[in-house]
Design a protein around this ligand. Structure first.
Ligand code: FCX
Length: 435
C-alpha cells in the first residue's frame, strides 16, 4: 500500500467538513465589489477562486501553506550536507498541509522512483517532431502522449463515483510528477546533445536525478535544481498556468490533459517563457554593446530602446506582486554564495539597479521590480545549461508540484465545473451608459 496516499486519505473528511460547515454558516457573506475596469483588465484583483496550497501577498510574496521561501529553506528537510530544501518535501507540505520529516521526504522520493517509468511511445512521439521544435512544443506533446496511462480516465469509464475521484487523480498526479524529469531530460538531450540520452539513477533524489539525466552531474547544480524546483512550484491559483490546470481539470479532464493545458499557458512570453526571454534580451544587449560589462548608462539606454520599440522588459513587473519577488532574492543569494564574480551575475545585478527606476518613470507599470524569471537563466548559464529555449521546461517540471497537489484537493473537495459568467460591451453600455 501507498502510505502517503493513506495519510492523505485521512485528511479528506475532516477538511471537507471544515469547508462545508464554513460555507453553510458564512456562504452568503459578500467578498467585495468589482468595477467595470477590472472586468476589462483580466479580472485583476477579483478573488474568484479557492486554491489551498499557496497564497501570494503583493508586498511579501509567496507563502506555501503559510511558509515563506526563507522559512522553507530553514524548515524543509535537506539532502545530507546540502542547504537547499528538497522539492519532495515541498510537495508533501503542499499536499498534506504538514511539514515533512526526513522519513516522509525519503518516502516521497522512493514513491516517485517507483512510478518513474516512461512508456516508450512517449519518446517516439517526441522523436517524431523536428529537432528544432521548441522544447515547450515537445514537452506538451510528451505530456499528452503520457495520457495513455491515465488512471482517472480508466476509472471514469468504469463508472467511479464522485467521492472517489481524488484517488485516480492522485495516481495520475503522482505518476506525472515522477515521469516529467525523464521526459524533460529526453527533450533536452535529443535537442541539444544529439540524442545521447542518460538513464535515470534511482539512488539520487528527484532534483539530482533530473540534473543527472540532463547531463549536469555537479553537486552545486544539484543544489540549484533543488532550489529551482522548490521556488517555481506554486504561485497561488490565478496565474495562467495554475488557473488553466484548475479550469481544465474542473471539466474532469484527467491530470495529463489539465497539465498540458497549463503548460500551453506557461509557454507564453508574459508568463513562464519570460525566463528564456530574459537571457535572449540580455545577450542581445551585450551583442549590441560590444561585449564586456555594460555601464549603467548603457543599460538604461538599452532599456529605453526596448520600451520605445513597444516591447516589454522581460523579467520585470507582475500582475500581483508589488515588490522584488522573493524567488528572485532566493536566486540572488544563491548566486552571491556560489558565483559572486560571474560576469553574467554582475550584469543581472546591474540591470536590477537600473530597470525599476525607468519602469517607474513610465507612470504606468504597476510593479517595476524583478520577478522570478529575471534571475533563473543566469544561474543555469553559469553551470553550462546555456540553451535558453529549454528554460521554460524546467519551470514546467516544477509547476507540476504545486498544481498537482492543488488538483488532487480540487477533486477531494468535490469542486464543480468552473463556469464564470461573461457579458458584452453592448450589454454593459445599456446597463451603465444610458444617459
Ligand atoms: N516592461 C514594459 N512594460 C511593462 C512591463 C515591463 N516589464 N510590465 C508591465 N508593463 C506595462 C504593461 O504592458 C501595461 O502597458 P499598457 O497599458 O500599454 O498595455 C502597463 O505596464 C500596465 O501593466 P501592469 O498592470 O503593470 O502589468 P500586468 O498585470 O498587466 O502584467 C506582466 C504583468 C508580468 C505580464 C507584465 O509586468 C510583463 O509583461 N512583464 C514582462 C514579462 C514577464 O517578466 N513575465 C513573467 C511574469 C512572472 F513572473 C511569470 O509568470 O513567470
Amino acid at each position: 500500500t501507498d502510505k502517503l496516499k493513506e495519510h492523505f486519505r485521512s485528511k479528506i473528511e475532516p477538511y471537507n467538513k471544515k469547508v462545508k460547515d464554513f460555507v453553510a454558516q458564512y456562504g452568503d457573506q459578500k467578498m467585495g465589489d468589482y468595477t467595470i475596469s477590472q472586468v476589462y483588465q483580466g479580472m485583476r484583483g477579483i478573488t474568484g477562486l479557492v486554491y489551498e496550497t499557496s497564497k501570494l501577498d503583493p508586498e511579501e510574496g509567496i507563502r506555501f501553506r503559510g511558509y515563506t521561501i526563507p522559512e522553507l529553506q530553514a524548515k524543509l528537510p535537506k539532502y545530507p550536507g546540502g542547504k537547499q530544501p528538497l522539492p519532495e518535501g515541498l510537495f508533501y507540505l503542499l499536499l498534506m498541509d504538514e511539514l515533512p520529516d526526513d522519513d516522509a521526504v525519503r518516502r516521497m522520493s522512493n514513491n516517485w522512483v517507483r512510478r518513474a517509468q516512461v512508456p516508450p511511445h512517449v519518446f517516439k512521439v517526441i522523436d517524431s517532431l523536428p529537432q528544432h521544435a521548441h522544447p515547450m512544443t515537445q514537452f506538451i506533446a510528451g505530456i499528452t502522449a503520457l495520457r495513455t496511462e491515465s488512471e482517472f480516465q480508466k476509472a471514469y469509464r468504469q463508472g467511479i463515483g464522485k467521492k472517489d475521484y481524488w484517488d485516480p487523480v492522485y495516481e495520475d498526479a503522482m505518476n506525472l510528477i515522477a515521469r516529467l524529469p525523464r521526459v524533460a531530460a529526453y527533450i533536452y538531450r535529443r535537442t541539444y546533445r544529439s540524442g545521447d540520452h542518460i538513464e535515470p539513477d534511482p539512488r539520487l533524489d528527484y532534483s539530482a536525478n533530473f540534473a543527472h539525466m540532463l547531463g549536469f552531474d555537479n553537486p552545486e547544480f544539484y543544489e540549484l535544481m533543488r532550489l529551482y524546483l522548490t521556488i517555481h512550484a506554486d504561485h497561488e491559483g490565478g496565474n495562467v498556468s495554475a488557473h488553466a490546470i484548475r479550469l481544465v481539470g474542473s471539466a474532469l479532464s484527467d491530470p495529463y490533459l489539465a497539465f498540458a493545458a497549463g503548460m500551453a499557458g506557461l509557454a507564453g512570453p508574459l508568463h513562464g517563457l519570460a525566463n528564456q526571454e530574459v537571457i535572449r534580451w540580455v545577450l542581445d544587449m551585450k551583442k549590441e554593446l560590444g561585449g564586456g560589462l555594460p555601464t549603467k548608462e548603457e543599460i538604461a539606454e538599452y532599456v529605453k530602446k526596448t520600451l520605445t520599440e513597444g516591447k516589454v522588459v522581460p523579467g520585470f513587473g507582475h500582475a500581483v506582486l508589488r515588490k522584488t519577488d522573493p524567488r528572485y532574492m532566493a536566486q540572488r543569494e544563491f548566486a552571491l554564495e556560489y558565483m559572486p564574480h560571474d560576469p553574467m551575475f554582475l550584469l543581472i545585478s546591474r540591470i536590477y539597479e537600473v530597470v525599476p527606476g525607468i519602469l517607474e518613470a513610465t507612470g504606468k507599470v504597476k510593479n517595476p521590480w524583478p520577478n522570478v524569471d529575471a534571475h533563473s537563466g543566469q544561474l543555469l548559464m553559469y553551470y553550462g545549461l546555456v540553451e535558453y529555449d529549454f528554460y521554460t521546461v524546467l519551470f514546467g517540471v516544477s509547476r507540476a508540484l504545486g498544481t498537482m497537489a492543488s488538483l488532487i484537493w480540487d477533486r477531494a473537495l468535490g469542486f464543480p465545473i468552473e463556469r464564470p459568467g461573461s457579458t458584452t460591451t453592448d450589454l454593459l453600455m445599456k446597463k451603465f451608459a444610458k444617459e
